[in-house]
Ligand binder design. Structure first.
Ligand code: SF4
Length: 205
């Protein structure tokens, strides 16, 4: 595994994008501008992280989750792994890194939501971000990511980390970094999203 924390180039921590940052960015790029460039915070973020930390402990102990995880061809796992990729400018904590029986690796992420008949693009992009970081740090291939949706029932979904998904994820990371440099982004094209947006009073859309 690469020891990137010791690298002399490791000096731009604030410019590393996290998978949670990306959810907001994909929803509306101006969130990122208001939050990260102008420093106007959206207070929900911390509350979510605290809740996630508490819930994950309970869920890991559940028999049901162990049963579901057995559907994945894995031989071992690491939990709560801090990941940082200098190469891709991304960082984050993955719930689990699985070693599969073909000696590839895979991220496993818990979502505290129900599975609504499809895996959202934002979740696929998050899984791809974790995959890119794992490949970069552990120097082993990642072909699949896994998500367990665990609000009411536990549902396991497998995501194939395709070349198309990788390219789309890298484009989003690049666009995110452009906004951090101060480039004012377009408003979301979905005007309904503005109705209950916390920035609607300051956003000239
Ligand atoms: S008001 Fe609309 S365009 Fe502006 S930040 Fe909110 S969602 Fe985006």
């Amino acid at each position: 595994m690469k020891l990137i924390q010791n690298s002399s180039e490791f000096n731009e921590y604030s410019y590393f994008v996290t998978p949670s940052d990306m959810i907001e960015f994909i929803y509306c790029r101006r969130f990122t501008y208001f939050m990260k460039v102008l420093g106007i915070s959206q207070y929900e973020e911390k509350r979510y992280n605290v809740l996630k930390g508490r819930e994950i402990h309970k869920i890991r102990e559940s028999q049901n989750i162990n049963y579901i995880r057995k559907k994945i061809p894995m031989v071992s796992k690491k939990i709560n792994v801090n990941l940082i990729s200098e190469k891709y400018k991304i960082r984050g904590i993955i719930d689990e890194i699985l070693t599969l029986d073909n000696d590839t690796l895979a991220p496993l992420d818990y979502k505290f939501s129900n599975y609504n008949s499809k895996t959202y693009k934002t979740h696929k992009i998050q899984s791809t971000m974790y995959s890119l970081m794992i490949e970069d740090l552990y120097e082993k291939p990642v072909n699949y990511g896994y998500i367990i949706y665990c609000k009411d029932k536990n549902v396991l979904k497998e995501i194939k980390i395709t070349e198309k998904l990788r390219n789309e994820t890298l484009e989003n990371i690049n666009s995110y970094l452009e906004v951090l440099k101060g480039i004012y982004p377009e408003a979301t094209k979905y005007e309904l999203r503005c109705l209950d947006c916390c920035y609607k009073n300051i956003c000239p859309r």
